[in-house]
Design a protein around this ligand. Structure first.
Ligand SMILES: Cc1cc2nc3c(=O)[nH]c(=O)nc-3n(C[C@H](O)[C@H](O)[C@H](O)COP(=O)(O)OP(=O)(O)OC[C@H]3O[C@@H](n4cnc5c(N)ncnc54)[C@H](O)[C@@H]3O)c2cc1C
Length: 492
């Protein structure tokens, strides 16, 4: 139990930890909070509770005491004050795609930002103000008519809030960098209920920490960002039989690393889905997919992408010019909520032949319809930012792997976890750090692997300053080191 685990405990299978008197006081305080909000509060027994307590990763089945659905910064401040004063376990969620399911908890408060969805665009300055509850698909669709875009992740339903604070590695990472590289300022509600702004000029150290440090320092209620061209890209995927997977991936890694920044790519190993574009006799057989996004002159894009389309005889080639916002259709499977999702990830200095041999061998021994192993060749604009410019410091990493198994809840969870772990363990000796957005609940050492030691120490100093009692503790948690005398919880 953490120091913030609460006075309040709700679980339908457990007795309340509150005395009748405490329960009454809590309910009165909750009524007061509710009447002061512009948003609303969902509690056990409310019609919406069953749906609202759940998060994207179906592995996590948790019962918070209340979910505050905020609609503005004042709501967020009131909810933060409520949770802090009662020492409640606190979840914060925007899009709800936390892989370890941190957007819900047992017995505490969940602050839900999914209704903070305003986007304000200045097409002349090419800037925008994004609220955290927007999804990246919504952002892409809104910017598309302006010919603008914002480099983010590869799945449309992922939230602005969580992805941006972790870094943001997506379809245009080599051309326009990480999402954090385009942030001008962040509006934040801190643990003491203050609203602060962080930018290069205001609270610069906090601004540094927010760009990669996750939700450790407060609740972001808005981000001002620099946009970049979007428009029509050359995008899509080409699929090959995996009989020569190792050779194909080696050539992929070489070509993708040598390509101009305009080309960002991802490769994946999986069994061919029963999709209309896969010939019926190939469905269910092992495949290698190469996903591409070229931003820039389209005929030059065709030339740059061509070698990736000729690595063998394709079983399907879906690469074509398309509006940037359409590329998210390739990863629609990632949008499905409620599946159990087992994921492990690693960065690599680069993809050596030995790493790719190990990856193919380990994956082939576990491959099932639930498996998807993806590789990204990084570099480009992302790697040209100084490692100490933001809390995300793995700028030199050329390779990233994400091993996933996702399946309905009825599937054998232990087997899925073991197969994920098998590939992860095989690759671990070659790994070099990990991306915050893809870490599951893997313990303190793995959180430290997100940051080089000097970065971690700097984040601890920020945490000590902004959140010494670790109110924002359900995340890839930077533990504060200052001794704190905890006052008794407020009960009304
Ligand atoms: C299917 C899938 C695909 C993904 N693809 C990519 C990808 O291509 N590139 C990439 O970079 N990442 C990717 N990710 C990882 C993703 O960036 C993280 O899971 C991210 O945290 C999700 O953000 P969210 O807002 O949807 O999740 P949430 O669960 O809402 O938030 C995750 C955590 O972030 C913190 N948080 C969220 N909002 C706020 C806020 N406003 N203020 C303070 N703290 C906050 C909280 O600690 C919360 O627990 C993917 C994840 C999934 C599940």
């Amino acid at each position: 139990m953490t120091q913030h685990q609460a006075a309040i405990q709700y679980n339908p299978n457990e007795q309340s930890t509150l005395s009748p008197q405490e329960q009454q006081t809590y309910e009165q305080a909750m009524e007061k909070l509710t009447s002061n909000l512009r948003g609303d509060v969902i509690q056990p027994g409310d019609a919406a509770y069953e749906a609202e307590r759940k998060v994207w990763n179906g592995l996590f089945d948790r019962y918070p005491a209340a979910i505050v659905r905020c609609v503005d910064t004042e709501d967020v401040t009131a909810a933060v004050n409520f949770a802090r004063d009662r020492k409640m376990t606190l979840s914060v969620r925007s899009g709800g795609h936390s892989i370890p399911g941190y957007g819900s908890n047992d017995g505490g408060l969940t602050i839900d930002l999914s209704n903070l969805k305003t986007i304000t665009i200045d097409p002349v300055r090419r800037t925008a103000r994004l609220e955290p509850g927007l999804s990246w698909g919504e952002v892409a669709n809104t910017l598309q008519p302006f010919g603008l875009a914002m480099t983010a992740g590869d799945v449309a339903s992922v939230g602005v809030g969580g992805l941006l604070l972790g870094g943001g590695i997506g379809w245009m990472v080599r051309a326009y960098g990480l999402t954090i590289d385009r942030v001008r300022s962040v509006e934040l509600v801190t643990a003491d209920g203050q609203m602060v702004r962080a930018s290069a000029d205001e609270n610069p150290e906090l601004f540094w920490g927010l760009r990669g440090g996750g939700g450790n320092f407060g609740i972001a209620t808005a981000f001002e960002v620099n946009l970049h061209p979007g428009g029509t890209i050359l995008g899509g995927a080409v699929f090959y039989e995996a009989t020569e997977a190792e050779r194909i991936l080696k050539e992929y890694a070489r070509l993708a690393a040598a390509a101009p920044d305009e080309l960002s790519t991802e490769a994946m190993l999986a069994l061919a889905p029963p999709a209309p574009f896969i010939p019926p006799d190939k469905q269910g057989t092992p495949i290698v997919g190469i996903l591409v996004c070229y931003t820039g002159d389209l005929s030059e894009g065709e030339r740059v992408v061509a070698p990736l389309r000729q690595l063998a005889t394709p079983i399907a080639d879906l690469i074509a010019p398309m509006p940037y916002s359409n590329i998210f259709a390739l990863t629609e499977i990632g949008e499905v909520r409620g599946l159990q999702h087992h994921g492990r990830s690693l960065f690599f200095e680069m993809f050596s032949d030995e790493i790719l041999h190990t990856l193919v061998e380990a994956t082939q021994s576990v491959l099932s319809p639930e498996t998807m192993v993806s590789l990204r060749v990084l570099g480009g604009a992302m790697s040209r930012v100084a490692p100490d410019a933001t809390a995300f410091a793995h700028r030199d990493k050329q390779g990233m792997v994400l091993i996933t198994h996702f399946a309905p809840l009825s599937a054998d969870a232990a087997s899925l976890a073991a197969r994920t772990q098998h590939v992860f363990q095989a690759l671990l000796p070659y790994g070099s750090g990990v991306y915050a957005g893809f870490v599951a609940d893997e313990g303190e050492q793995r959180v430290r692997d997100i940051y080089p030691p000097a970065t971690y120490d700097r984040l601890v100093a920020l945490k000590n300053h902004y959140d010494p009692t670790n109110l924002f503790g359900l995340n890839q948690n930077i533990k504060p080191t200052v001794p704190v005398t905890l006052a008794a919880p407020v009960s009304s």
